[in-house]
Design a protein. Structure first.
Length: 255
């Protein structure tokens, strides 16, 4: 199946004065690799990375877009795309993410639109109740629920109820309880950056680092036993800490 995963642009105040905020979309790169390993044709559209130095004021607001505009993103989605995943991470950016989603629906009325990320996970029922453009929301860990959605559409006429997914059935919204998390993180392949212009990040020394050197993000574990009020880790990954195999992490670093 043809899948496009979208990293949405960054929203900044007009008077924003700090350095670039763009970071390679690691979570999408892991999802991308997982889907490709399962035989699907998946690719990332990285809105910040493809236009790191592009800033576009949003009319009648005091904010601007850093990265590709909605029109530029939609132009990059192949006509034959069957599934479009949109990463909605930050609540302050939701108003623009929603505009993008509505425009995607207009341009791709037959495609399945799936949301994921912290904001979508926290407000799944509200989003599904108010916005018919959204077909599914994956709440929390994404690999298995996303794969289930794609493969169920391939093999069955009626999609089963999927743990960890908000979905529609008989004109009702069903937010299914989260299922079992991945018990073995070693099954997650190395990130596949297909569609991400990593050289644009490297040239500007952009990543999660303060050393002004060429760096890359990496995930060595998931979950956290604590419940800090300011953090979404429990919501996304649960309260049980699980680590990836040490050898696998080292291999990814060396690569």
């Amino acid at each position: 199946m043809k899948v496009i995963l979208i990293q949405t642009p960054i929203i900044l105040p007009i008077n924003h004065s700090s350095s670039h905020r763009a970071v390679p979309p690691l979570s999408l790169a892991y999802l991308n690799a997982f889907l490709i390993n399962q035989g699907h044709d998946s690719k990332i559209i990285d809105a910040p990375g493809e236009a790191i130095d592009q800033y576009t004021k949003i009319p009648d607001t005091e904010v601007m877009i850093n990265g590709l505009t909605s029109k530029q993103i939609i132009q990059r989605i192949p006509a034959e795309t069957q599934f479009i995943g949109v990463s909605c991470q930050h609540s302050n950016e939701w108003f623009h993410d929603l505009l993008l989603i509505k425009n995607i629906r207009k341009s791709f009325p037959q495609s399945i639109i799936i949301l994921g990320g912290e904001h979508a996970s926290a407000t799944a029922y509200k989003i599904m109740s108010n916005h018919s453009e959204v077909d599914y929301i994956v709440c929390g860990e994404g690999e298995l629920p996303l794969l289930k959605i794609i493969e169920s559409h391939t093999h069955t006429a009626q999609l089963p109820l999927i743990p960890g997914v908000a979905q529609r059935r008989s004109n009702q919204i069903i937010q299914n309880p989260k299922g079992q998390r991945l018990s073995d993180l070693s099954i997650i392949p190395k990130p596949n950056w297909n569609g991400v212009p990593l050289d644009e990040y490297f040239k500007r020394r952009l990543a999660i680092s303060s050393f002004n050197k060429k760096t890359m993000p990496i995930i060595a574990s998931r979950g956290c036993p604590f419940s800090c009020s300011f953090c979404t880790c429990n919501l996304m990954w649960g309260s049980t800490w699980k680590s990836r195999p040490v050898g696998q992490v080292i291999s990814e670093i060396l690569e």
